[in-house]
Design a protein around this ligand. Structure first.
Ligand SMILES: Cc1cc2nc3c(=O)[nH]c(=O)nc-3n(C[C@H](O)[C@H](O)[C@H](O)COP(=O)(O)OP(=O)(O)OC[C@H]3O[C@@H](n4cnc5c(N)ncnc54)[C@H](O)[C@@H]3O)c2cc1C
Length: 369
């Protein structure tokens, strides 16, 4: 059987696009691991924050918000970008860069900041409040897409690591690492940190999708962090923290280049996180209960990559989801499926310009031909 689409990778990207394609096409979803969601998708910090990823990503995040809320995947938290006196210019620049995007951001007086973040040190006096920020039920959203995909007829195969891709007579023959073989007209590359490897296996040019390691430590602090603490993000990019079930999730906002792999936290990155946290608050850290790391994968311009490869027929990129692949999943998958199926925009995607996300931006010569 020749499938219309073979989606490689069943993280959030692959699961969501498979579910969107399924009503219109025969879709195969191939995942290397024993279960979908083992890599970046299972390791996120689980927030929906309209500014996260930069103004170029905001349209995707905002367009996804309605779907996420309507299906019960969001719980309001609010976010605070914080800084010291010397960060005032950075705060202004941040505000200016989101003008016209529709994101609500309010300046907060130091007293209001201290009320929202108990134990913050007084020198952290600058704050921008983003009230719409919410926690995302990541596992719930991922399962929702996998269940929709299966219900709509997608063949989901785990322990199916794609090792070879050969295109002949308008169709791909896909070879698995254990000798299995499948056929499909179009490859959808949703392999996260492995996206460039899949391109190379197909004979396409890699884009330069770079996996960067990000660490999260789970802290027990005294007194206990309040459940309604906002997500607190350093305007300078040195940390973020938020509460979860009586604990604090703390990240040093690290971006350590890595080969694609099963990422693990390094003690040094956890130590850096704690050091930074102790410079921001006077919460007492009682224990680091747990830590994890995952790979966030970025294209060279840090924008996602959705679209047909400009040189390789039948090869579609759905990669470079960086640190925003959960919060953008509904609109990204809908938009990419519309491109794949040759459909026009709908209510969710009408306000999104797909051009900045096209892989054609990495092939200017071809673009102007
Ligand atoms: C610490 C951390 C915090 C984050 N916080 C947030 C957040 O708060 N909000 C947010 O929106 N995003 C967040 N992200 C980013 C988000 O997790 C990613 O953008 C998203 O999960 C990417 O999904 P994906 O499906 O592209 O990648 P993955 O989930 O990594 O899935 C790719 C899949 O491809 C499979 N694969 C690879 N090679 C092959 C092959 N040859 N054959 C078959 N299968 C293959 C892999 O096994 C993997 O399952 C965070 C990420 C990290 C690491």
């Amino acid at each position: 059987m020749i499938h219309d689409f073979a989606v490689i990778g069943a993280g959030m990207a692959g699961a969501s696009i498979a579910a969107e394609l399924a009503p219109h096409a025969r879709v195969l979803l191939l995942e290397a691991e024993d279960a979908p969601g083992y890599h970046a998708t299972g390791r996120s910090a689980a927030f929906w924050e309209e500014c996260y990823g930069g103004p170029g990503v905001t349209p995707l995040t905002r367009a996804s918000g309605g779907y996420l809320a309507d299906h019960g995947f969001l719980t309001l938290r609010g976010a605070l970008y914080v800084g010291r006196g010397e960060d005032s210019a950075a705060m202004e620049a941040f505000l200016a860069s989101y003008q016209g995007t529709g994101v609500q951001i309010d300046r907060l007086a130091p007293a209001a900041l201290a009320a929202k973040v108990p134990h913050i040190r007084p020198e952290w006096s600058e704050a921008l409040h983003q009230p719409a920020c919410a926690d995302i039920d990541v596992a719930g959203l991922h399962q929702h897409y996998l269940a929709n995909a299966r219900r709509r007829g997608v063949a989901v195969q785990c322990r199916a690591r794609v090792a070879g891709l050969v295109r002949e007579d308008g169709a791909w023959t896909i070879t698995g690492a254990r000798g299995e073989s499948w056929r499909a007209a179009t490859i959808v590359n949703a392999a996260g940190a492995w996206a460039d490897h899949i391109a190379q296996a197909a004979g396409a040019q890699p884009i330069g999708i770079a996996p960067l390691r990000r660490t999260v430590a789970v802290l027990r602090v005294a007194p206990q962090a309040p459940a309604d603490l906002p997500l607190v993000i350093d305007i300078g990019g040195g940390f973020y923290f938020k509460p979860d079930a009586g604990r604090l999730w703390l990240s040093p906002h690290d971006e350590i280049p890595s080969d694609p792999c099963d990422a693990a936290p390094e003690e040094l990155d956890v130590a850096i996180a704690i050091d930074r946290f102790q410079n921001v608050t006077d919460w007492r850290i009682e224990a680091v209960e747990h830590s994890w790391a995952g790979l966030r994968s970025f294209a060279p311009d840090r924008m996602p990559v959705y679209g047909f490869d400009p040189h390789m027929a039948g090869f579609f990129w759905f990669a470079g989801q960086g640190g925003f692949g959960i919060q953008t999943a509904p609109a990204a998958a809908r938009l990419a499926a519309q491109v794949l199926l040759g459909q026009g925009a709908d209510a969710m995607t009408a306000g999104i310009d797909a051009a900045p996300y096209s892989p054609a931006r990495f092939a200017p010569a071809l673009q102007s031909a």
